[in-house]
Design a protein around this ligand. Sequence first.
Ligand code: ACM
Length: 483
Amino acid sequence: MEYRGGSGAFGGDVRGRVDPALGSEAYRLTVGADGAEIVGGDEAGVFWGRQTLRQLLGPDSFRPATIGEPPVVPYVTIEDRPRFGWRGFMLDVARHFMPKDGVLRYVDLLAAHKLNVLHLHLTDDQGWRVEIERYPRLTEVGAWRRRSQRGWGQPPQWDERPHGGFYTQDDLREIVAYAAERHITVVPEIDIPGHSQAAIAAYPELGNGDVVDVEALEVKTDWGVNPNVLNASESTLRFYEGVLEEVLDIFPGTFVHMGGDECLKDQWQRSPAAQARIRELGVADEEGLQSWIIRHFDRWLAERGRRLIGWDEIMEGGLLEGGLSEGATIASWRGCDPGIAAAEAGHDVVMCPSEAVYLDYRQSEDDGEPVPVGKVNTLEDVYRFDPVPPRLVGTSHAERVLGAQANMWTEVAETPQRVDYQTFPRLVAFAETVWSERRDFESFRRRLNAAHYARLDALGVDYRPPSGPRPWHSRPGILGYSR
Ligand code: ACM
């Protein structure tokens, strides 16, 4: 960012225009005696320039309504552009459903932080959240669970209240349109072949009925990696193609996330049908079967002009050595090494290593930190994360890193208020990580304290204060799992 200062009173007149010479998402903001001018390399650039102007206008400009006197803004010229084109946030609405207004609010929060991808984790063992007209039981049955594990301890503690909800197709079209107005792309995730028990509860024929009593499976009520995975039959492939046809109609963006993570192979090992399928397809083993399924949907999406993105497990079973389409993209969550391997093999990568940018992980060692899961990911850990690992720096493979994404899983974050607490202020640090070339944590911390907490207050975000959790943020007696 280039900054040239001066001072004076801002007249309130804002003019925007596009000059493609500036480049995608870049902008030049000039504030002078005659108001503000924002020149963007494209409309997105103009929009990001407006977000910077809001910052200059002060915290009150983040309130939905105008209060008080017009602020004084220094005369400035700022030239700015993002480091990465994929500046993402994943919201898990499967483990705990977030009603639509909460998702729209998150779109606004992403926009204010110049983040441009909202990845919605729409399906998992514990809930199916997207209406599919041709398969109504996915939401009639799959969107509701009998009870929920409270926290993540052993033995499990239970919240005996049923939980659920889903988005209609029109709700999702509204979210997509609202996001598009803010230059944010929504990436839907339909997780296969693991993390699919809610779908199997709705349509038992999707499961491995020759080795488990699929009729008895319910939408899963506790957390963790689960052996109840999809079968690999032709009819299951056709079923998911039907799901995807509707998904493509709702989500116009290029990328569709197909999950692919944590698919236990126990049932396929025991299933005569799966073993027969392995022989029929001529693949080596169960890993090969998973690869075959992923490759099927990779091609299916590519034929329709879309691109598959999946968790880094999609590289297993030999797919990285050939078989994935050119556009297939890896979300590297088990550290950055899978992302490095994918980039070196010529695939695009979104870096989202759990040890740096998983926002469900706790923010400090404080005993009052609500429901400790995973390791500690401090504000500073998030800020210091660099999406381009040292091994790729200076190589042509670095260009394969499209950007990064912070992931907010919600097993232990039941409400929008809990999501706020986990997400902020770490998402602020993340926003700077993916936008700025030059970074300095102490400078960031000063700016956070001097200005940004006040903006979050104006936006009504229930963030974690620097002094630690407030009494109502803690969850005494609810156990987690810690590393
Ligand atoms: C993941 O955290 N299972 C992608």
